[in-house]
Design a protein around this ligand. Structure first.
Ligand SMILES: NC(=O)c1ccc[n+]([C@@H]2O[C@H](COP(=O)([O-])OP(=O)(O)OC[C@H]3O[C@@H](n4cnc5c(N)ncnc54)[C@H](OP(=O)(O)O)[C@@H]3O)[C@@H](O)[C@H]2O)c1
Length: 288
């Protein structure tokens, strides 16, 4: 069976990574790629019209409002993209029997846990972004469509803006940098997440209703450890000093701990997700 897949938000980090992995692995299914200019997910009629004219089997929604701090001042826009648009997408997916992959975030958790979060753990987001993403998850779960919410964390790739690219840039410019050392989580190479989504499709792993999964690379670290490893892999001499979150105030409150329990997704995929250092090396080598 060859599926037609509508990739929304195709110019973002994950959208680009899905296309890049699909090309590299000769993925047999076909993609229709849409970005905000060619199909804005907040335009319900445009989505509806497009899907009436074009047969689609699967939607992968990589489109999102992702500016975590800016969302504190732009709540209406964050909710429009991350909740309302997802609600409409999920409704259309249910009506047209299209399988929906939707991506969410570790920021749906408040970070008070000290053990990795399970997909069914209670969610208490502390930021507008986290709340809007949770609202999107709930819209999808409540819609009756079939698909997956895949929560991910600390996403990076060779595309767009991300922590790895920022550290490489400022690490090259400066001899010393300060990075927060009291927020624990797990980085995710977007190509590994792309591979997981493509594997679920290739395996025909389609559930009834909405199933939530957690996906990140293996290993629980702080942003400081993450930065140190980026600098080491890039062979820069930059000193990376640990600081507290209090010393680096941000508009949005981030969870102190947001690592995922990965057993559910690994059992479904049938393979172990790569360790964070291994996956990071591949990207830093490409970028330096
Ligand atoms: N980045 C992370 O660290 C991280 C962590 C956890 C979870 N996630 C989740 O992972 C998913 C992918 O994130 P990412 O890092 O790939 O995000 P990204 O690079 O910001 O890509 C999101 C894409 O969506 C587009 N977009 C925004 N509003 C849209 C609209 N109304 N219609 C269509 N497209 C629209 C953006 O276009 P513009 O650039 O033109 O706005 C961008 O191309 C998101 O659901 C995000 O919430 C990300």
């Amino acid at each position: 069976m060859i599926y037609t897949i509508l990739l929304l938000g195709s110019k973002g980090q994950l959208g680009n990574s899905i296309l890049s992995v699909a090309t590299e692995k000769n993925f047999k299914h076909s993609f229709i790629c849409k970005d905000i200019e060619t199909l804005d997910i907040t335009k319900k009629e445009a989505i509806s019209r497009f899907l009436s004219e074009q047969k689609v089997d699967i939607i992968i929604n990589c489109a999102a409002y992702t500016a975590v701090d800016q969302a504190e001042d732009e709540a209406a826009l964050a909710y429009l993209v991350n909740e309302t648009a997802v609600f409409h997408l999920a409704e259309i997916a249910r009506e047209k029997d299209i399988y929906l992959f939707h991506i969410s975030t570790d920021y749906v958790f408040d970070g008070t846990s000290s053990v990795p979060y399970q997909p069914e753990d209670a969610t208490t987001p502390t930021s507008v972004y986290g709340k809007s993403k949770l609202a999107g998850e709930q819209a999808m779960t409540g819609s009756g469509c079939h698909g997956n919410v895949i929560r991910t964390s600390w996403l990076y790739s060779p595309f767009g803006h991300n922590f790895v690219k920022t550290i490489l840039r400022i690490g090259k410019e400066r001899s010393e940098i300060n990075v927060v050392n009291d927020q624990y989580g797990s980085p995710t190479n977007a190509c590994d997440l792309a591979m997981a989504i493509l594997t679920l499709i290739d395996k025909g792993n389609f559930n009834t209703g909405t199933e939530i999964y957690h996906f990140s690379n293996r290993g629980i670290i702080t942003w400081h450890e993450f930065a140190q490893e980026i600098i080491r892999l890039a062979n820069y001499d930059t000193l990376v000093h640990p600081i507290s979150s209090a010393e680096y105030p941000t508009k949005a409150k981030r969870p102190h701990y947001s690592a995922f329990d990965l057993r559910k997704i690994e059992n479904t995929l049938g393979y172990s997700i790569p360790e964070w250092k291994e996956s990071l090396r591949e990207i830093v080598e490409k970028l330096v």
